[in-house]
Structures are given as structure tokens and as C-alpha cells.
Design a protein. Structure first.
Length: 423
């Protein structure tokens, strides 16, 4: 398992009449008001929806036009034998930090050499969906060698997501000055829906995504300001609460809350304009892409597309049947029915793949593929599924300083892939 294996697979992709990755050609694949333009769109998703009676709130909110990459790439398997890797984080020198859910943090070198587990991290509760989850670099990593990680923290009475911070040693074998800077509340005895991605914004703040803990008695907490569950949090880099958080002055509220009404957010990323986006696990038929805006309510469990995983229809809501739209609640920018089971996302900004600039890449676990979305004026205009032939659950996708994409797969024998331009 310590031995890295390099295998290269070459994909040569051909041009398509329905190309959409360049702004100049995207128009042809976008449904417009005219019927001729609409006829040019062939949705990528053609399977029966879980909730076929539900209607999108706006045109283009689901089932975007299929688009095809006109760029050729190689996939290099940099490492195998990773046990359910959850996050990959490129380091400035080209090496890669990788978490494994059972509780290990490792460095895989740019050449694919798998390092020993880094010591010094606190224990994790690695049951169900829990364990060592995301890892992020401090915005000042180049000078402070500081890293952050999220994990399901074992606590008296159960567990919950916490955020740790530590300094990577010069030899990169350990972390020191370890401190748990935030403990999401409340503690709950379960093993599902921990979130949790970490993303630093251009404001220097750390945004932490969380889940609702899945069990029905916990769900209402996604709307309750006293609970961190089902929220996105915003923290100072030391874990303290920024004074301008939306509920910083609300009595009884968790002051860390930035947004509420999320089901289980395992993907978040800032775009080139400094806007935060997230993709969350929704209901059966309701995975969502959302633009994250201060203080807003994203609906769960009151507003949702899709049905219960039990098959019950619709999702039970005090607002009544099929509550896909409610006043004061945000609509998703886009949703998937059937779902993709999203984890990890990256707005592509590199020079290695000019054709992909501005595109959004999202890990898809259910159908074992990488999702590429083309957006225009804040709406999704095209969707492509990549790497499906490899048949692995795509857990995280990140862009390296070299402009290549780095991917980890959620398997017992998980892999780390590098996607680079075809040589
Ligand atoms: Ca990360
Ligand atoms: Ca929602």
C-alpha cells in the first residue's frame, strides 16, 4: 500500500456540435425563448425523475444541455491503496495533502510517493460517514505552515463536526500547536451528515459547511438558529466569531451562522469573483447547487425538490405538499433529479485547460463520475460527466498551482488522480 503506482490513461476527446465550454459557443446550446435555439439543446440527464410532477421554479434550473469537452487530457493515478480518502489539498510545491476518513492525514508527493501518516491530529469518530474529513491551507500557509481540518469529534454523548488547526512541521511528519478552534453544537449520537468542507474567503474568513445529522428528529435544527446543524458557519482564522456575522447580535443564536437550511453540504468553493458556492446532498431527487449569501435561508427541511429516500412523496413539510417554493427561502441555482451525490468542488481558473476556464467541477459519488458545469450569467447552461469509465466514487476535486485537477476517490482502495493536458 505504501508503494505508489503510476498508470496513465489517455483520453482523446473529440469535438461536438453541442460544445458549450467556451462562452462564444455556449449560446448555441442554451435554451432561449426561440424554439430553434431550444431544439439545439439535448439535456444530459434523460432518466425518469424521482419527482416528475415537480416543476423547476425557473428555466434551466435542472437538466441542462449536454456539452462535450473539446480538450484532451491524461489521467495519472498518483496513488492507490488510500482508505476512503475524503480530501485532497495541493501544496504550493506540487505535493498533495490527502485525508483518509479513518483518521489519517498524509502527503503524496507530486511524483506519487505515499508518505506515512502525519502525527499529532486528535482522534476522530470514524463510524458511518464520520472521521477525518476536509483539510485546507491557511491563506498564509507560505509563511505560517498552518493547516485546518474538519472531523467528526468523539464527545461525551456522541459526536459532532469540529475544526482543528495546527502547524505542519518542517519535515512534514507531524503537526504541532494543535487546537480545536470550533466545536459545532449540539453533540448528537449518530454517524451521518457531518458536512463538512472548509473554504477560506477573500475576506480571510473560514467558511465551514455542516450537515443536519440526517435523523428526522434532528432535521428541524437546520432552521433553528440555536443549532449549528444544517448551517454554513463563518469564523475568524483563530475560530473566534466575526462581529459582522448576520446573527452575531441575535439572542440565543449560534453567532457563527452565516446561512441556514442546508441538508448535508460536502462541497463548497469560492469563484474567481470571490463568491462562495456550495453543492449539497438533498433528498432523493434534490441535490442542489446554491450561491451562498449572508444570512439567507436555503430551505431544508421546509423547502425541497425530490422525495424521501424511503420513497415517501413528498418530503414531509409543515408547509404542506410538494413545498418546492416558499416565500423568504432561496431557490437552488440548479438541482439534480436523479441525484449525483456531490462531494468536493472546484471553480477552474488555471491556464492548463483554457477551454475549462470558469467551469465548475463537482465530485459525483452515486454514478461515479466528475461533473463539469458551464455557467453563464449565474445560470447553468451546460453539463458534462467525465471519468465515468473509471467507475469510482469521486470524493474531492481541487486545482493545483500547475492548473491540473487533482481528484480522490471514495473507495476501500481509493485513488488519487492527476488530470493534466494530453501530452
Ligand atoms: Ca479542502
Ligand atoms: Ca435548498
Amino acid at each position: 500500500m505504501q508503494q505508489s503506482t503510476i498508470a496513465t490513461v489517455i483520453f482523446a476527446l473529440t469535438a461536438s456540435a453541442c460544445s458549450g465550454q467556451r462562452p462564444s459557443s455556449a449560446d448555441s446550446s442554451v435554451p432561449q425563448n426561440g424554439s430553434a435555439a431550444a431544439a439545439a439543446c439535448s439535456p444530459l440527464e434523460t432518466r425518469t425523475a424521482e419527482a416528475p410532477s415537480q416543476k423547476a421554479a425557473v428555466s434551466g434550473q435542472t437538466r441542462a444541455c449536454a456539452v462535450t469537452s473539446e480538450t484532451a487530457y491524461d489521467v495519472t493515478v498518483l496513488a492507490k491503496g488510500l482508505v476512503h480518502p475524503w480530501a485532497v489539498e495541493p501544496l504550493p510545491n506540487g505535493d498533495l495533502l490527502v485525508t483518509e476518513r479513518p483518521g489519517r492525514l498524509r502527503i503524496v508527493s507530486a511524483a506519487g510517493v505515499l508518505g506515512a501518516p502525519i502525527t499529532g491530529l486528535p482522534p476522530v469518530d470514524a463510524r458511518g460517514q464520520g472521521g477525518l474529513l476536509d483539510v485546507a491551507l491557511s491563506p498564509a500557509f507560505a509563511t505560517n505552515n498552518t493547516i485546518y481540518w474538519s472531523f467528526s469529534e468523539p464527545r461525551t454523548g456522541g459526536n459532532a463536526t469540529s475544526v482543528g488547526r495546527g502547524v505542519l512541521s518542517a519535515d512534514r511528519r507531524s503537526v504541532s500547536a494543535v487546537r480545536v478552534i470550533y466545536q459545532a453544537k449540539p453533540t448528537y449520537d449518530g454517524d451521518l451528515h457531518f458536512g463538512s468542507r472548509l473554504a477560506f474567503g477573500p475576506d480571510g474568513m473560514l467558511y465551514v459547511t455542516l450537515g443536519d445529522r440526517s435523523d428526522k428528529p434532528m432535521r428541524p435544527q437546520a432552521q433553528q438558529l440555536a443549532s449549528d446543524m444544517g448551517k454554513i458557519l463563518r469564523l475568524n482564522a483563530d475560530g473566534s466569531i466575526p462581529a459582522d456575522n448576520p446573527f452575531a447580535d441575535s439572542a440565543g443564536a449560534s453567532k457563527a451562522i452565516w446561512t441556514r437550511g442546508h441538508r448535508n453540504v460536502q462541497a463548497s468553493a469560492f469563484d474567481a469573483n470571490g463568491q462562495l458556492w456550495e453543492v449539497e446532498h438533498g433528498t432523493r431527487g434534490g441535490d442542489e447547487l446554491n450561491k451562498v449569501q449572508k444570512g439567507k435561508n436555503y430551505g431544508w427541511p421546509l423547502q425541497a425538490y425530490g422525495i424521501e429516500y424511503s420513497g415517501a412523496m413528498p418530503v414531509s413539510s409543515p408547509a404542506g405538499a410538494s413545498a418546492t417554493a416558499m416565500p423568504g427561502v432561496e431557490q437552488p441555482v440548479y438541482y439534480w433529479d436523479p441525484v449525483i451525490a456531490p462531494s468536493g468542488m472546484q471553480w477552474y481558473s488555471g491556464d492548463a485547460f483554457p477551454a475549462w476556464k470558469g467551469n465548475l467541477f463537482i465530485g459525483g459519488m452515486k454514478n461515479q463520475l466528475l461533473v463539469r458545469l458551464v455557467l453563464r450569467d449565474g445560470r447553468v447552461t451546460g453539463e458534462e460527466h467525465l471519468l465515468a469509465d473509471r467507475k469510482q466514487r469521486v470524493r474531492d476535486v481541487r486545482q493545483g498551482a500547475d492548473g491540473f485537477l487533482y481528484i480522490v476517490t471514495d473507495q476501500d482502495n481509493g485513488e488519487l488522480w492527476k488530470v493534466s493536458p494530453k501530452r
